[in-house]
Design a protein around this ligand. Sequence first.
Ligand SMILES: Cc1ncc(COP(=O)(O)O)c(C=O)c1O
Length: 398
Amino acid sequence: MCLQPRKLPITKPLFDQDDFNAIIGPLKTGWVVQGPNVAEFERLFCSFTGIKHAVATTSCTTALHMGLVAAGIKPGDEVIVPSFTFIATANAIEYCGAKPVFCDIDVGTFAIDPIEIEKKITPKTRAVIPVSLFGLPAHLNEIDKICKKHGLILFEDAACAIGARINGTHCGNWGIGAAFSFHPRKAISTGEGGMFATNNDVLAQQVRSLRDHGASKSDLQRHTEHGGSLLPEFNVLGYNYRMTDIQGALGVTQMKKLEAILKGRAQGAAMYNKLLADMPQVLLPNVPSGYIHGYQSYVVLLTDKQGQIPDFKNVSVLNQKRNKIMAELEQRGITVRQGTHAVHTLGHYKTKYSIKDNDYPFSFMADRLSITLPLFHDFKEDDGVYVKENLKELFKRF
Ligand SMILES: Cc1ncc(COP(=O)(O)O)c(C=O)c1O
């Protein structure tokens, strides 16, 4: 088949005239720091996710950090995290002086393996952070049971999980809550930005204060109540993790498009599922029954010659093949990435905790053999066919 060359980004944010108009609002009023638009963004986020409280932040990383601080994580504590995730999940634990304890994944879903979690629990374990990676919910019901059985805190890294649900319940509703991201690789974006979300009234209040240097009241509250002349109390050590109102205004207009964006991404993913179904060289996303995948990313895993999850001894050879295929796809305008990192293989963690690559073999495999394919809200069948035909040809060649 002869295909017209095309340029497919890994993803693209949907910014339109509504967004352009919205961000001018705070510039005109002059209220550009956290204010009424951030409050409205938080309200819309709660209404979409069904989570009681939402606290907008500068990023998901800072939301993770504050959630752990509010949960009382301190030096000497251990927190269990998947070894296949973005580095920020583990970094947030290190910011608290606690130790991230890595746990391998179930490679079929790229999510932390609940069976492995129990093996990692020690008297120092305080919390587990499951990550709903690429928009597919982690095995949250099983993990919730394990946490309850062992008296552990469950705190979701839901960076990629907007739109992700299990039996109708949106991610972020398990345990003490969750951290979400609005980085441009996510379904909706405020440039940088994040959200701490929780059903717990006390925790929400604590994080609101932590976000604002530990202040007992926000600037907006202060100005609304007393004209702003008297400063609030500062009884805890906090941070400046506030979202600007310019970003808040963008968050509001992005929320209004969210359903349409998720629908477009789900349709793109369904196209891939159909087009790649007869390609045994890759394992497609596996969505357990009752789960809704938010498709922040569409990630496939290279298989062995029988179309199965490969043996560990073949990972290195297959990794070379994956890298050649990814380089060729890029040459043809198809932007691709490995799924995410095996964090235990990254310098800081590898050195600090003397970890070997094969200590977490499925995470290592996912790092070396995954490919994220382009996916965005207006992904067309032609785009899918272009990816498929190029993959087909490259699999013949390599
Ligand atoms: C799983 C996961 N956790 C945390 C983060 C950090 O998000 P942010 O860039 O908003 O801090 C990301 C970002 O890609 C992520 O994918």
